[in-house]
Design a protein around this ligand. Structure first.
Ligand code: NAI
Length: 377
């Protein structure tokens, strides 16, 4: 039985909308049944119908969609929230309270309090609230995680991760409306680049190391002076098990494209993965030669094999990583247990880290507790 899927945001021309549609529909688990795709109701209705959604389920806005769907026998099983950040909280909360499963884009909320509220509402409703940390669903990221968990590089001493690109590095383009809002507190919240890209890197560090971030010390800079929020951040962190963490995130690193990578250094080996070569992990055992491990080759973990879709040497990329999130969501909705699906708790941890990093940067890099209050006891 196919599940019914609905989407809010991700309208025509949006950045992330196509990846969700490719991901959700890739494996035959979901039918695209309903949508409120655009800030402009008419555009949203028309685009949804062009994508095959029935006219009576091509909604003008999310409230109309909530009312339209809640009483239907064939109502959507899962709602994806892919709108701008400041709207995530109220939409996600309303759909969870009405008994829908939700996949929310990152950052899940704007504040730690809102993040805690989403965790509480999700727990009380018994519904799944996942957050789209989709890079964690690349097969070779799962391989790294498995290698760490099974002790193949020993105790992890150090994790170093970057998410630094140069696409907002042109000062002459800083007033372009698609760029400017990201550095405007009214639209973006307390943090610019760290909340936008840095939290993917921080989530990845926790995911691969298998441990949570305890505290952070941050240095933020607005290298283009008209920007109120940071376009560059260096964040040191410590994990609860003692792992030392370093994170650089930037949007002014001209020449770097996607610029997301992670290196994990343990007592008996090191590993490196980069989103621009997502099918390889570089692994070096202590005292040994560097080996390139390739998606699809024999001998990888069951998890890496399960999430790899096309044969060895055929490239796999971002939409299939998003598809892996939807595969596990479909399984979870059907009652199977799925490890590794990023959940509301992860979204909350990110928000706590963002607010801690902002506080630290304002206080000259002082170490600040990065744990959400509800997880401290
Ligand atoms: P965008 O600005 O390219 O597109 C946003 C879309 O949402 C537009 O179609 C707009 O018309 C629509 N929209 C705005 N307000 C709406 C409302 N109230 N109801 C319905 N539709 C509405 O934004 P982009 O880059 O696609 O980002 C959307 C979200 O996805 C953000 O939260 C962003 O952080 C996240 N994102 C996540 C990525 C990932 O790797 N997980 C990558 C890129 C974005």
């Amino acid at each position: 039985m196919k599940l019914n899927w609905g989407m809010i945001g991700g309208g025509e021309g949006s950045q992330i909308g196509p990846a969700h549609r490719l991901g959700a529909l890739a494996d035959g688990n979901f039918s695209f049944a309903a949508g409120a795709l655009d800030a402009d109701p008419e555009k949203g209705r028309a685009y949804a119908q062009r994508l095959g959604v029935a006219a009576d389920r091509a909604y003008g806005d999310w409230r109309e969609m909530l009312e339209g769907e809640r009483s239907r026998a064939d109502r959507v099983d899962l709602v994806t929230v892919a709108t701008p950040n400041s709207t995530h909280f109220e939409i996600t909360k309303a759909f969870l309270e009405a008994g829908f499963h939700v996949l929310c884009e990152k950052p899940m909320t704007m504040t730690v309090e809102e993040g805690e509220e989403i965790v509480r509402v999700a727990r009380a409703s018994g519904k799944i609230c996942a957050v789209n940390y989709c890079y964690s669903a690349y097969p070779m990221v799962r391989e790294m995680r498995q290698m760490v968990a099974t002790g193949q590089i020993g105790q992890v001493r150090l994790v170093v991760t970057n998410f630094s690109h140069g696409h907002h590095g042109n000062a002459l383009d800083a007033d372009n409306p698609r760029v400017r809002w990201r550095y405007d507190p009214a639209m973006a919240g307390v943090s610019g680049q760290f909340a936008d890209c840095g939290i993917h890197a921080l989530h990845m560090a926790s995911f691969v190391v298998g441990d949570q971030v305890d505290r952070v010390s941050a240095d933020f800079a607005s290298t283009i002076p008209s920007r109120v929020l940071e376009d560059d951040a260096m964040v040191n962190f410590r994990m609860s098990g003692g792992t030392v963490g370093r994170l650089w995130t930037s949007s002014v690193a001209i020449g770097r494209q996607h610029g997301f990578d992670i290196q994990v250094f343990g007592e008996t080996g090191g590993m490196r993965w980069a989103s621009e070569q997502p099918n390889q992990v570089y692994y070096t055992p202590v005292g040994g030669r560097t080996q390139i491990m390739e998606k699809g080759e024999s001998g990888l973990s069951d998890e890496a094999a399960r999430l790899s879709r096309v044969a060895i040497a055929h490239p796999e990329g971002f939409p299939l990583a998003v598809a892996n999130i939807y595969v596990d969501l479909a399984a979870a909705i059907r009652g199977e247990k799925r490890d590794g699906l990023p959940m509301a708790e992860d979204g909350l941890r990110s928000m706590a880290a963002v607010h801690a990093a902002v506080a630290s940067a304002k206080d000259g890099g002082a170490w600040v507790d990065a744990r959400p209050p509800m997880f401290r006891s």
